[in-house]
Design a protein around this ligand. Structure first.
Ligand code: NAD
Length: 415
């Protein structure tokens, strides 16, 4: 769709908030730049004996409030500007939900679907080694993102631990529970989005029962969103993945969708519905739209065709600034990514806390602590919406920037 550079988008969002707040020029300069950027080019031996060289990134945007935190994605078009944007968004996200972390992100330019499992493992272990000069439980803690999963996190944890000579579970989150992962991490992003949506629906006087939901992206965030929203009585009317989408105003059977996705690799194979393109689900008639795929999906070209009353940004950066303005003018309530998808990093934080204490919580406790964090963040953001009379993204940015700037101010500028 759009070719907008995500780093330009992230900085534009920051500058809009900084201008609005009248932010001091010095803090503005600090926060407009990432703190550290590592680019690595590294060889991987392929199964047929060839050597391929891959490029990877780890960017730490800010660590004033605590260790850097952010996912790692494997995708063919990953680039430095995308990783910078995602790292900056992590700084704001951890601040909005008020967990003691800074912001980081990483990525490798690779199409992991073209690799064998052994190649994927070698690539992951080598990348983990390359970025081991930055990561660590007190320094920078990666997590899953697009095309990475608990197995990939397990390889990173094992590689880092092999170098240290002892197990270091707290170096990554999103691990399998058998090696120090948290219960509830897999569904955390979607469940956090759900808790935030429930609060938003209360404000719009809309019930969750019978609400029509459309979801773009059917990976970790999208699949769990489908399960959780339908489990609460909502009707999933459209879903898509990178190969296309399926629409049925009467509702899609989520169990069947999950089976079809697992067996055929795409939701397009779902039998009972109209086949559409990957982005068409954004424009279908629905109450709640959940973009859960990639950046720059809602742009000035389609923002006036969005029919949803509430947009829940499970994805990072799905809405461009121009589209944001159009949606706001049209009265569409947008739950911004730095609030709406913060459930993932919040349960990652719970996982890290459990690892450091070696004391593990049950599922009910994870869900309850997550609900408290999401509801608190939602109300703090919407108090700002009301006091400042601004749209929710700007309110969330102001809240986050205030918290990060306060930390920098208290610590002072070294030396
Ligand atoms: P994933 O790799 O599990 O799934 C991504 C999904 O998007 C896949 O179904 C893929 O087919 C689909 N997709 C890709 N391009 C598409 C397109 N053009 N149109 C429609 N669908 C498309 O990734 P994920 O972990 O679910 O992440 C999805 C989004 O959520 C990303 O923006 C990510 O940064 C964000 N996010 C994820 C987490 C998490 O904990 N997993 C946390 C916060 C934010």
């Amino acid at each position: 769709m759009s070719t907008l550079n995500p780093w330009d988008v992230a900085r534009a969002q920051f500058f809009e908030a900084a201008d609005f707040m009248g932010l001091d020029e010095g803090y503005r300069k600090i926060l407009a730049h990432p703190k550290r950027e590592l680019i690595v080019h590294f060889p991987v031996q392929m199964d047929d004996g060839r050597v391929e060289v891959f490029t990877g990134y780890r960017v730490q945007h800010n660590i004033a409030r605590g260790p850097a935190k952010g996912g790692i994605r494997f995708a063919p078009d990953v680039n430095l500007d995308e990783v910078r944007a995602l790292a900056m968004w992590m700084t704001w996200k951890t601040a909005v939900v008020n967990i003691p972390y800074g912001g980081a992100k990483g990525g490798v330019r690779v199409d992991p679907h073209r690799l064998s499992p052994r190649e994927l493992e070698r690539l992951t272990r080598r990348f983990a080694t390359e970025i081991s000069i930055l990561i660590g439980p007190e320094r920078d803690i990666p997590a899953p993102d697009v095309n990475t999963n608990p197995q990939v996190m397990a390889w990173i944890m094992d590689t880092y631990s092999m170098h240290k000579g002892y197990s270091v579970p707290g170096v990554v989150t999103g691990k399998p529970v058998e090696i120090g992962g948290s219960k509830g991490r897999l569904e955390a992003t979607a469940l956090g989005s759900f808790y935030a949506t429930l609060e938003a629906l209360k404000r719009k006087n809309l019930p969750i029962e019978g609400a029509r939901v459309s979801i773009q992206g059917f990976g970790n965030a999208g699949q769990y969103a489908a399960r959780i929203f339908s489990g609460a009585g909502a009707r999933i009317v459209a879903v898509s993945d990178s190969r296309g989408g399926v629409v049925n105003p009467k509702g899609l059977d989520v169990q069947r969708l999950l089976e079809v996705k697992k067996n055929e690799g795409t939701v397009v194979a779902y039998e009972d519905g109209e086949k559409v393109g990957p982005a068409d689900v954004l424009e279908v008639d629905c109450d709640i739209l959940i973009p859960a795929a990639l950046e720059n999906q809602i742009t000035k070209d389609n923002a006036d065709k969005i029919q949803a009353k509430v947009v829940v940004e499970a994805a990072n950066g799905p809405t461009t600034p121009e589209a944001d303005r159009i949606l706001h003018e049209r009265g569409v309530l947008v739950l911004p990514d730095i609030l709406a998808n913060a459930g993932g990093v919040t349960v990652s934080y719970f996982e890290w806390v459990q690892d450091l204490y070696s004391f593990f919580w049950d599922h009910a406790r994870v869900r309850e602590e997550l609900r408290k964090v999401m509801e608190r963040a939602f109300h703090q953001v919407f108090d700002k919406v009301e006091h400042l009379n601004v749209h929710p993204r700007l309110a969330a940015y102001v809240l986050a920037i205030e918290r990060v700037v306060e930390a920098i101010k208290i610590r002072g500028i070294y030396p």
